[in-house]
Design a protein around this ligand. Sequence first.
Ligand code: GLN
Length: 374
Amino acid sequence: MDKLLAEEAIIIGSLNCDEFAMGSTNENSAYGKVLNALDETRVSGGSSGGSAVAVQAGLCMLSLGSDTGGSVRQPADFCGIIGLKPTYGRISRYGLIAYASSFDQIGIFGNPVADVALALEVMAGADDYDSTASQKEVPAYSSMLKTNKKFRFAYFDQALDHPSLDKEISTAIKKQMEELRQQGHRVDVADFDLMDFVVPAYYVLTTAEAASNLSRYDGVRYGYRTPEPVADLTEFYKKTRSAGFGKEVKRRIMLGTFVLSAGYYDAYFTRAQKVRKLVCNRTDAILKDYDFIIMPASPVTAFKMGEKTKDPIAMYLADIYTVIANLTGCPAVSLPLFQHSNGMPFGLQVMAARFNEVSLLQVADTLMQQKKRV
Ligand code: GLN
């Protein structure tokens, strides 16, 4: 924020999100839910739904959100705008309330790509207050967008033929790949047999980190404090934390505490860490031979309001395409290229190797320019 203000950015407000950034629809917000401006019977996506709709509805030119498992790319996909999650550590996390510290990254919503690139350029870079923020030099992204390069794209059958994927989305992305080939880019299939493990690994690891991060909300130094009389400290914590957190946050704290508990640590937490390592190794190997991996951002277009609230597992499973970039720390962008027959927009997700935002923004710009022309 300081870096933006130093460049005379005009900050006009703060926006709604799911409580502690946990959710995919904005329905977990303590302030009420944000509606999708294209169809108010549908969700904005989440967790940073307010930020997505603010840009979608033209209330501002750019907005920020946090992307721990897709919370920028998925609402951007649901709202028909660009959503960029930079490399883990590219932008400082100072000032961001931690959800899962090894996943969290600030993301940018906007349109066109040049605006998003400029915002990244201003915000990226080292920060004395966040030792995980990278010291790497920040390229002048916004002046490097134009290129005639022929890129190498990889895609996974396991992603594009996944049973949860809407057929129209799959068809549109396959068609887009064909167009890329015709333009002289290389588009090849790559093997990724870990597709069904990414969501479980993400939810084990992030709930574990969340349980630890949120333990500071004890009503003494942080967070809500119960006004009710209590007999002892345990009762004070119980009343404070029971009333201070919403249902989804409590679910995740309990899940995280369980997977970290002595008897289950190896069975869940250690295993999920191993899956994370395998996903990183496989992704890195593919991104040695290819510039990008392409896939959908979400298996479906914006859910109907309330559609998934009764079934948290179904809601979690819809994060299948976005969590890979967070497990690996890779940058990824959701580009609003398509329109579904149900009237809603949907995007193409492009992921690049860590710290290769230059190419990612170049391909984003190229694809968005082409969309403009058709
Ligand atoms: N939908 C994901 C979740 O509920 C993503 C959240 C996020 O990126 N903050 O965890």
